[in-house]
Ligand binder design. Structure first.
Ligand SMILES: Cc1ncc(COP(=O)(O)O)c(C=O)c1O
Length: 476
């Protein structure tokens, strides 16, 4: 048989990593509230399920937005034939409008700069193709979303160089850390073409403050390298301080706008990863023009464009959705972190995202990544929770774990939290202050009483035990 290409036979996708053992354990034995209560609970999936009732109501009130019914059929033919890679004007206008609203209408977005792609996954690859040649490098602060290794590197041949951030200053992106990474890349004879930041951060759930953003913009300007801002969690900021977009910063400081590119998607902010709506918003005309041509490889289906255009051009819906979504996330986050704190588990202080960055350093037998893996194996196989170890996010300190809190219904979340509690009490009595231990039964009572303060009304998880390839779910 004739051989295959290096890309096809290499390990650039990253599926063969220990990280996926957790996914495999989940797939083999997925938790179900009634049918399989001893199964593995999926807490490694950054999905946002908390507003589907609200979205469902809008869909019922706007049947014309869906084309496959009596109300939508008059638009069916023209939509089915549409194939312009610029995208439908009303779609681009609606997305630009949504991006502005999510950023508090403090900035405007030009619909003519909106380029479509297959999710943020496709958007990142497209940007990497536009900005760098094989063997050139992009700097990425740690910890970072594991999918970047696939999205920016696999098919483009671009290298990623970590910018090491540390827990001692809450993983801040400092000028020193940026300079150190830049220097390392140069020592390795890698030409640095850009810096990729994720704001709000996956996995940290934190946002970058104005000063840090300004210092990042001055860094990339001085080095004359590109800045890619992944802002796909912009609407998940559920608590003060408010989100600051890179698009605001470039209005405030002198900079070469040709270097600035935003990656956006509706996968997290709306909770629609299945629709594959990804966006590249570049301030550089040449990048917009090239990316638009490349977008032929990953267009958003015209049916989806039609639906999204109808939904996101409804200002009343969008305004209410943004508020509602934040409220739901805040409730979940509060409840989740409170229950963890009751059993002595801390987490990085956060105000955004669909996850928390849980600190289990004190449970490690020693401060090594091997010990982190050992603990992780116990969490997956004995506690039966699929959480993600920090090492899979290129975190440089062992003991941190990402736990998703918005991808399940209230009851499943309660089972997960009870398992964590039992695990902590059985394995590490020392972490629970003695006064809390003797009040255990009353604590339990107060959990159920207080639960109503935090719970979201009646959401059900769509996660019936359907087998999913870890390859597919790498992205979250
Ligand atoms: C930071 C970040 N960027 C990009 C993606 C990919 O998103 P999409 O589903 O839009 O491809 C993810 C998914 O989890 C992510 O967390």
């Amino acid at each position: 048989m004739a051989g295959m290409s290096k890309i096809a036979t290499g390990n650039g996708h990253g599926e063969n990593s220990a990280y996926f053992d957790g996914w495999k354990a989940f797939e083999k034995n997925p938790f179900h509230l009634t049918d399989r209560r001893d199964g593995v609970i999926q807490m490694g999936l950054a999905e946002n399920l908390l507003c589907f009732d609200f979205i469902g109501k809008w869909l019922m009130e706007h049947p014309e937005a869906s084309l496959c019914n009596g109300e939508g059929v008059s638009k069916f033919k023209e939509t089915a034939l549409f194939q312009d890679y610029h995208g439908m004007p009303e779609f681009r206008r609606a997305v630009a409008n949504f991006m502005a609203k999510v950023r508090g209408d403090r900035v405007e977005f030009d619909p003519d700069r909106i380029v479509m792609s297959g999710g943020a996954t496709g958007a990142h690859e497209m940007v990497a193709f536009c900005l760098a040649d094989p063997g050139e490098a992009i700097l990425v602060p740690t910890p970072y979303y594991p999918g970047f290794d696939r999205d920016l590197r696999w098919r483009t041949g671009v290298e990623l160089v970590p910018v090491i951030c540390e827990s001692s200053n809450n993983f801040k992106i400092t000028r020193n850390a940026l300079e150190a990474a830049y220097g390392k890349a140069q020592e390795a004879n890698l030409r640095v073409k850009g810096l990729l930041i994720t704001n709000p951060s996956n996995p940290l759930g934190t946002i970058l403050d104005r000063e840090t953003l300004k210092s990042i913009v001055s860094f990339i300007n001085e080095k004359n390298i590109h800045l890619i801002g992944d802002e796909i969690y912009a609407a998940t900021v559920f608590m003060e301080p408010e989100f600051v977009s890179i698009s605001e910063i470039i209005e405030e400081v002198e900079c070469n706008r040709d270097l600035i590119h935003i990656v956006y998607s509706l996968s997290k902010d709306m909770g629609f990863p299945g629709f594959r709506v990804g966006i590249v918003y570049s301030y550089n005309d040449a990048v917009v023009s090239c990316a638009r041509k490349m977008s032929s490889f990953g267009l958003v289906s015209s049916q989806t464009q039609h639906l999204i255009a109808s939904m996101l051009s409804d200002d009343g819906f969008v305004d209410n959705f943004i508020v509602k979504s934040k409220e739901q996330l805040l409730k979940r986050h509060k409840y989740f972190t409170w229950r963890l704190s009751q059993v002595g588990i801390g987490s990085l202080k956060s105000n955004a995202g669909l996850f928390i960055w849980m600190d289990l350093r004190k449970l490690l037998k020693e401060k090594t990544f091997e010990a982190e893996m050992d603990l992780w194996q116990v969490i997956i196989h004995e506690v039966k929770l699929n959480v993600s170890p920090g090492s899979s996010f290129h975190c440089h300190e062992p003991g941190w774990f990402r736990v998703c809190f918005a991808n399940m219904d209230d009851n499943t979340m309660d089972v997960a939290l009870s398992r964590i509690r039992t695990f902590m009490l059985n394995n590490n009595e020392a972490v629970v202050p003695p006064n809390k231990l003797c009040r255990r039964s009353s604590l339990k009572l107060s959990f159920s009483r207080r639960k109503d303060d935090f719970m979201s009304p009646g959401i059900m998880s769509p996660h019936s035990p359907l087998p999913q390839s870890p390859l597919v779910r790498t992205r979250t």
